[in-house]
Design a protein around this ligand. Sequence first.
Ligand code: GLP
Length: 259
Amino acid sequence: MAEVVIVPTAQEAGGLVADAIAGLIARRPDAVLGLATGSTPLPVYDALRVRLAGADLSRVRGFALDEYVGLDPSHPESYRSVISREVVGPLGLDPALVRVPDGALEGIEHAGEDYEAEIEAVGGIDLQILGIGTDGHIGFNEPGSSFASTTRVKTLTEQTRRDNARFFASIDDVPMHCITQGLGTILRARHLVLLAFGEGKADAVAAAVEGPVSASLPGSAIQLHPHVTVVVDEAAARGLAHADYYRYTYANKPAWQGL
Ligand code: GLP
């Protein structure tokens, strides 16, 4: 089962995950990070700025989870822009080593396959950061996504478009399609770290961690992975039936295990 770590604040979660990432980079200077967008991973990126100051990051690679289709890459809300503004720039990563799926309409038929080939060519993703949508999606794998899926074009649900409308002038400006790593792609990463904060995520977290494994709740795919860490605040942990056991386990965790 996933290791579930319940922390008082998102800031504390960011620090814990940043420590794990800094440790990974110290062990593997050419580490491959799976990068998520959205508001959830921001405390991780903030903490990483401090943890990685002065470290040699010249060989660190990154792969974003997803991108909107048909949105100009220079649009401030394209995930390419978001990743360069929130991760590549602040951390000082080499922009050439940080990839985002190509959402341009031209060539979109083979963009997914190309992205999979790029991930494979560098030996796969070491640590994948994940948020979760209120409908249980990870990446942009909406309910019903196959657990074997690879990077491909998907249609966003109305719910996801509504959730993401806050980043655009209106819901009509939120693209209808996206290109996202598949659940199969995500499950091939060597370590999954799923973060969630706030009451609004409590149902999705409980269903992903403790509910039946079902394509109807894409986040439940994490139950099939051998190394998953779920880091949540108290509000997002509200629906977890075994919260006391998770707290007890974490309090008694052998120090050598790390995250
Ligand atoms: C988007 C992203 C997901 C993210 C989710 C939650 O749909 N494609 O990767 O996990 O939103 O976003 P937030 O972290 O802002 O709640």
